[in-house]
Design a protein around this ligand. Structure first.
Ligand code: ADP
Ligand code: MG
Ligand code: MG
Length: 973
C-alpha cells in the first residue's frame, strides 16, 4: 500500500471513514475535496502507516520518492513550483492523527520560502511586506518546531521590532523591520544549530515531515493521550497542502466556525474570525476576534457561501461540525472540518434535536451512541446555588459550562503543585497554550483574560468538561496576582467561576446539585428502552437514603448492600465489639440479639426505598479486626497514659484477631464458619424487616448473598445457616405474611477458584454476583492498597498495563474468569441470575465486557447509575452488528449462555426451594429442583455478542456516531 494519497485520491470507501490511515484531518480534507467538492487548497496526505514505520525504524526508504512524486503532482495542479524564485508555491505541513488532539501537535506554515523565493513572492503579489511577514512566520515556526529552538527567543525579537515601530499590532510592523527580523531569526537559528537556515525546499519539506512524525511522541502529546486514553502507537498522518493567505490584505482573513453552538447546542452558526491574519492567530487569543455575524457585514458573499457549506456539512456528517477557513482576497477556502467537540449540555440537546430534524434524521440509537460518559458527568456537575449575595467581580465569555470554586493560581506549574497538595484550584492566565495543559488538567476551572470561544482555553476546557470563563478583559494580570479595578486577588485566594454565565465571583460561592435537563431524561429513557431487556442496572447502596437516591437515578434494584456499614455506625460498634469479645456463647448470643434489632430497622428502610425491586444483601464480609480499635494506637496509649480494663480487653482482642494479610484472611464466609451465629442473626433481622414490609403492604424482594466462597461444600454449609434462619421466620406463627417475601440465596464470585469451580457453586446458588475488585486483586495478585499507590503509574507509563485494572476490568484475564464462571455456572443451572457489583459496574468499557460475558445486570454506586444506563445501551448497540460476522469464528469457542429475560425464575419458586430444602435434608442440592427441561436458551443475539476489537474497527456500520469512548474501548482489546 502506498504511503501517500492526494486529497482527491479515489478511495474505495468514503475517506471520512479512513481516519486510521489518513488521520482525522487528512480523512476530512479528502472527504471535503473528493466527495463534497468544497473549495479546499490541493494537497496530499502521508499516512499513519508511514509514521508508524518511521517510529519503528526511521525514514522508510520508499517514502522519499513517493513524497517527491506527490509534490510534483501538486506543483502541476497549482502551476507553481515550491521554492521557485519567480513565482513560488508555498505549502503547509500539518499534523493530523486519528483522534483530534487540539494544539498538541505541530504544523508548519509557509514552507518553501527562502532568500530567493521570498523576492519572487513579493514580486508576484506586488506586496513586499506580505512576503517578508510570511517569511518571518515561516522561519520562526520552522525554528521552533523542526529545529527545537525556544519560541520565546523569536517572540522577544518580534516584540523588540514592534517596540521600535512604536506599535503593539503585528500588522503595523513596517516592511524594513520585517526584513531585518528575518535576518535576526536566521542568525538565531545558525547560532543555535551551528548551521544556516535550510534554504532547499526538499530539505525543508523532509525536516517538517519528520518533525510532525516526532511531535507524535512529544511530551505534550503523550500527556494528552494519557489523559484521554488514546493509544500511543497509532501515529499521526502528515498533510502537505498548498497555502492560501488570510494575511494577504484587508480583503483576507481567517476564522474558525461551528455549525451550531458547541457550548449550548443551540442551532445557528457560531465562531470567530480575524481580518488580515493567518493560521493560529484566531485560536491563540492574541488579537481580539470578531464574531461570525460580523463576517456577514464585511464579506456578505463569503458569509453566504460559508453558511451554505455549513448546512451541507451538517447534512453530510449528520452532526455538528467544527471548521477552519481562510479568505484570500475575497475567496473562501476550507482548511479543515471535523465533527466538533461539545459540552455535555450541547451534546444532549443536539442529539435529541437531531432525531427530529428532517435533514439529519438521527435514530434514537444513534443519539444514544453520541453521548459519552464525560457528557453525562458534566451535566451532573454542581451549579451555583444562586442568590447568596456574592457580587460578580467581572464577566467574560462562558466558554465551558459548570461552576468551579478554587484558589487562584497563575501558572500551570503552581496550579498543578497546589492540586497535588489537595487544594481546589482555579487557573488564571492571560491566555493558555499547550504548555499549560497540565495546570488546566489539575484545575477545577479555568479563567483567562484574553481569547474567544474558540481559544485554546475554551476548546480544551470544553473537551474535558471543565468550567471555563475566557476573555474576561477587565482582568489585569500581575506577578502572582490579578486585579479588576482596585480589587486584587492574590495567589491562594478563593475564586468562583460560572462557565455557563461567564461570571467571576470572589470567595467560595455555595454549590447545589444540577437539575438534569429534559434532554438528559429523554436520552436516558431511550437508552433504557435499548438495554432494559438485555442488561439491567442496579446500585450499590447501604442505607435507605442511598437506596432512594439510586432509585431516583434509575437503579432497578440493589446489587450490593454491605451490611458491615451498619455495624460501623457509632452506636453499633460497641455491640459488635461485645460480640467479638464474648467469652461465653450466652454473651455472644446476647450481643447478636442486640445487633439483630438494630439491623432490622436499617433493612426496613432499604427495602422500603426499593420496594418491588430486588435487593441483594451481602452478609458480613470484612475481617473482624476492622471493628476493633487500632493495635498501634492502643500500644502507644498503653506505653504513655495506660489502658483501663475495657481497653485492655479490646487491645488483647485486637491483637489476637490481627492477621498478616487480612484481605486474604478470616473474612467473608470464613468468618461465618468461625462465628456461625452471625449469619443466622443477620438473616433473621432481614426476614423480620421483610415481613414488616409485607405487613405494611410492601413487596420486598430479597437476595441473600454469601461473600467470598471458594467451594461447593463451603457454600452448602453457609446456605444451611441461611435456610434455617429463613425457615425459622417463615414458620413463625405470628408472621403469616412471611410467605409473601421473595427470597433467593446466592454467592459472590471473588476468587479465581470460585470462577473456575462455578459449577460446584451453582448447585447451591440461585444467583452469582462477581465481586470484581477482589477478583482483580486475586487474579493479578495485586494488593490494591499497596499497588495502586506505588507501582501502578510506572506500569501504565511503561505500557505494561493498558489501563488500571481496578478502574477498567481486565477483559483478557479477569474477563476470562467472568466468562468462565458464567458458562460453568449456567451449565449447571441455566436460569442462574448473574450480576457484577465491583466498582467496575459503573465503568463503560467494563460494562461492555460484562454484557459480552452474558451478565444480567451491573451494579454501581448510585451517582454512576446514569452513566451505567447509557453505557449498557451502548454495549447492546455495539455488540449486535459485530456479532453477526463473528459468530462463525467465535461462537463455537465461547458459547455465551445468556439467559433470555423471559425465562426469569419465578421468585415465588425461590422461597419454596428454600423451604423444601430445609424440610428435606440440607444436603439436597437446591439446584436439582430447577426443572430439567430448562435448556440453555441459545439466544441468537447473545451467542453472537462477542465484539473483537479489530472487527469493531473494520465494520462499515455508520461509525460517525460512535462515541470516542467506545472507539477507544474497541482499540484497547
Ligand atoms: P491544528 O491541528 O493545531 O489546528 P492545523 O494543521 O489545522 O493545526 O494548522 C494550524 C493553522 O494553520 C490553522 O489555523 C489552519 O487554518 C492554518 N493552515 C494550515 N494549513 C494552511 C494552508 N494550507 N493555508 C492557510 N492556512 C493554513
Ligand atoms: Mg486545525
Ligand atoms: Mg469482596
Amino acid at each position: 500500500m502506498p504511503y501517500v494519497f492526494d486529497f482527491d485520491h479515489a478511495h474505495r470507501r468514503p475517506p471520512m471513514e479512513m481516519k486510521d490511515l489518513l488521520g482525522g484531518k487528512g480523512a476530512n480534507l479528502a472527504e471535503m475535496t473528493s466527495v463534497l467538492r468544497l473549495p479546499v487548497p490541493p494537497g496530499f496526505t502521508i499516512s499513519t502507516d508511514a509514521c508508524r514505520a518511521y517510529m519503528d525504524q526511521g525514514w522508510p526508504s520508499a517514502l522519499g520518492a513517493e513524497v517527491a512524486r506527490a509534490r510534483r503532482r501538486l506543483e502541476g495542479a497549482m502551476g507553481k513550483v515550491i521554492g521557485d524564485p519567480v513565482d513560488p508555491l508555498l505549502v503547509s505541513v500539518r499534523s493530523g492523527a486519528k483522534f483530534s488532539m487540539p494544539g498538541m501537535m505541530d504544523t508548519v506554515l509557509n514552507l518553501g520560502l527562502n532568500d530567493r523565493s521570498v523576492m519572487g513572492l513579493a514580486a508576484q503579489t506586488n506586496d513586499e511586506r506580505f512576503a517578508y511577514d510570511s517569511y518571518r512566520r515561516f522561519v520562526s515556526m520552522y525554528g521552533r518546531i523542526v529545529l527545537d529552538l525556544p519560541g520565546e527567543d523569536f517572540d522577544s525579537l518580534f516584540d523588540e521590532a514592534k517596540e521600535k515601530a512604536g506599535t503593539t499590532s503585528d500588522a503595523q510592523v513596517p516592511t524594513e523591520l520585517l526584513i531585518t527580523l528575518v535576518d535576526q531569526y536566521k542568525e538565531l537559528v545558525e547560532r543555535h544549530t551551528g548551521r544556516p537556515f535550510p534554504q532547499e525546499p526538499d530539505d525543508q519539506l523532509r525536516g517538517a515531515i519528520e518533525a510532525v512524525f516526532r511531535s507524535w511522541n512529544g511530551a505534550r502529546a503523550r500527556a494528552y493521550r494519557d489523559r484521554e486514553h488514546i493509544a500511543h502507537d497509532l501515529g499521526t498522518a502528515v498533510n502537505v497542502q498548498a497555502m492560501v493567505f488570510g494575511n494577504r490584505d484587508d480583503r483576507s482573513g481567517t476564522g474558525v466556525g461551528f455549525t451550531r453552538d458547541p457550548a449550548t447546542g443551540a442551532k445557528g452558526a457560531y465562531g470567530d474570525f480575524l481580518v488580515n491574519a493567518q493560521g493560529e492567530d484566531v485560536v491563540a487569543g492574541i488579537r481580539n476576534t470578531e464574531p461570525l455575524s460580523a463576517l456577514d457585514e464585511r464579506f456578505p458573499h463569503v458569509y453566504a457561501e460559508l453558511m451554505a457549506i455549513f448546512a451541507r456539512l451538517e447534512r453530510h456528517y449528520r452532526d455538528m461540525c467544527d471548521t477552519e477557513f481562510t479568505i484570500e482576497q475575497g475567496k473562501l477556502w476550507m482548511l479543515q472540518t471535523r465533527v466538533g467537540k461539545r459540552t455535555g449540555r450541547a451534546a444532549l440537546r443536539m442529539a435529541a434535536e437531531m432525531t427530529r430534524e428532517r435533514e439529519i434524521r438521527l435514530t434514537k440509537a444513534e443519539a444514544v451512541q453520541r453521548i459519552t460518559e464525560d457528557h453525562l458527568e458534566s451535566v451532573l456537575h454542581p451549579q451555583f446555588a444562586g442568590g447568596g449575595g456574592h457580587a460578580v467581580l467581572t464577566t467574560g465569555l462562558g466558554a465551558s459550562p459548570g461552576a468551579a470554586v478554587g484558589r487562584a493560581y497563575f501558572t500551570a506549574d503552581d496550579a498543578a503543585a497546589a492540586a497535588a497538595r489537595g487544594e481546589a484550584v482555579v487557573l488564571v492566565r492571560s491566555e493558555t497554550s499547550p504548555e499549560d495543559v497540565h495546570g488546566m488538567l489539575a484545575a477545577q476551572g479555568i479563567l483567562t483574560a484574553r481569547g474567544g470561544l474558540v481559544s485554546h482555553a475554551a476548546v480544551v476546557a470544553r473537551g474535558w468538561g471543565k468550567p471555563a470563563v475566557v476573555g474576561a478583559e477587565a482582568l489585569r494580570l500581575g506577578d502572582r496576582s490579578v486585579s479588576v479595578g482596585d480589587v486584587t486577588v492574590a495567589e491562594g485566594d478563593w475564586l468562583s467561576i460560572d462557565g455557563t454565565q461567564g461570571t467571576v465571583m470572589l470567595g467560595q460561592v455555595p454549590l447545589t446539585a444540577a437539575e438534569p435537563s429534559e434532554e438528559f431524561l429523554t436520552i436516558l429513557e431511550w437508552a433504557d428502552d435499548i438495554r432494559r431487556s438485555h442488561l439491567k442496572v442496579r446500585a450499590n447502596a447501604d442505607t435507605g437514603p442511598d437506596a432512594a437516591n439510586a432509585r431516583r437515578l434509575g437503579a432497578e434494584g440493589i446489587g450490593l448492600c454491605r451490611t458491615e456499614h451498619m455495624f460501623l455506625a457509632e452506636d453499633r460498634l460497641p455491640i459488635v465489639r461485645r460480640m467479638i469479645l464474648a467469652d461465653t456463647p450466652e454473651d455472644e448470643k446476647a450481643a447478636l440479639e442486640e445487633l439483630r434489632v438494630a439491623q432490622r430497622a436499617d433493612f426496613v428502610e432499604i427495602l422500603e426505598a426499593m420496594d418491588g425491586l430486588p435487593v441483594t444483601i451481602r452478609l458480613l464480609d470484612p475481617p473482624l479486626h476492622e471493628f476493633l480499635p487500632s493495635t498501634h494506637e492502643l500500644a502507644i496509649k498503653e506505653a504513655t497514659v495506660g489502658l483501663d480494663a475495657e481497653e485492655r480487653r479490646l487491645y488483647q482482642a485486637a491483637r489476637s484477631w490481627q492477621e498478616a494479610n487480612p484481605m486474604l484472611g478470616t473474612r467473608g464466609v470464613r468468618l461465618g464458619v468461625i462465628k456461625p451465629g452471625l449469619y443466622g442473626m443477620q438473616v433473621a433481622a432481614l426476614m423480620e424487616a421483610a415481613t414488616d414490609r409485607v405487613m405494611a403492604g410492601g413487596h420486598p424482594i430479597i437476595e441473600i448473598m454469601i461473600p467470598l466462597t471458594v467451594s461447593g461444600p463451603e457454600l452448602e454449609l453457609a446456605r444451611s445457616w441461611v435456610e434455617e434462619a429463613v425457615a425459622g421466620e417463615l414458620d413463625a406463627p405470628d408472621r403469616p405474611n412471611a410467605r409473601a417475601v421473595e427470597v433467593s440465596i446466592g454467592t459472590m464470585i471473588e476468587t479465581p477458584r470460585a470462577a473456575l469451580r462455578a459449577g460446584d457453586l451453582a448447585e447451591f446458588a440461585e444467583f452469582f454476583s462477581f465481586g470484581t475488585n477482589d477478583l482483580t486483586q486475586m487474579t493479578f495478585g495485586f494488593s490494591r492498597d499497596d499497588v495502586e499507590g506505588r507501582m501502578m503509574s510506572a506500569y501504565l507509563e511503561k505500557g505494561l498495563l493498558a489501563r488500571n485494572p481496578f478502574e477498567v476490568v481486565d477483559a483478557d484475564g479477569v474477563g476470562e474468569l467472568v466468562r468462565m464462571g458464567v458458562e460453568r455456572g449456567r451449565a449447571v443451572r441455566p436460569d442462574l441470575k448473574i450480576g457484577v457489583c465491583g466498582e467496575h459496574g459503573g465503568d463503560p468499557a467494563s460494562i461492555a465486557t460484562f454484557y459480552e460475558a452474558g451478565l444480567d445486570y451491573v451494579s454501581c454506586s448510585p451517582f454512576r447509575v446514569p452513566v451505567a444506563r447509557l453505557a449498557a445501551a451502548q454495549a447492546v448497540l455495539e455488540g449486535a452488528p459485530v456479532a453477526v460476522r463473528s459468530t462463525a469464528k467465535k461462537a463455537g469457542k465461547r458459547p455465551v449462555a445468556k439467559k433470555a429475560p423471559a425465562k426469569k425464575a419465578p421468585a415465588k419458586k425461590a422461597i419454596k426451594t428454600v423451604k423444601q430444602a430445609v424440610k428435606k435434608t440440607v444436603k439436597k442440592a437446591p439446584a436439582r429442583q430447577v426443572p430439567a427441561k430448562k435448556k440453555v436458551p441459545a439466544k441468537k443475539k447473545a451467542a453472537a455478542k462477542k465484539a473483537p476489537a479489530k472487527g469493531v474497527a473494520k465494520t462499515t456500520v455508520k461509525k460517525a456516531a460512535r462515541s470516542r469512548a467506545v472507539a477507544k474501548r474497541g482499540r484497547r482489546r
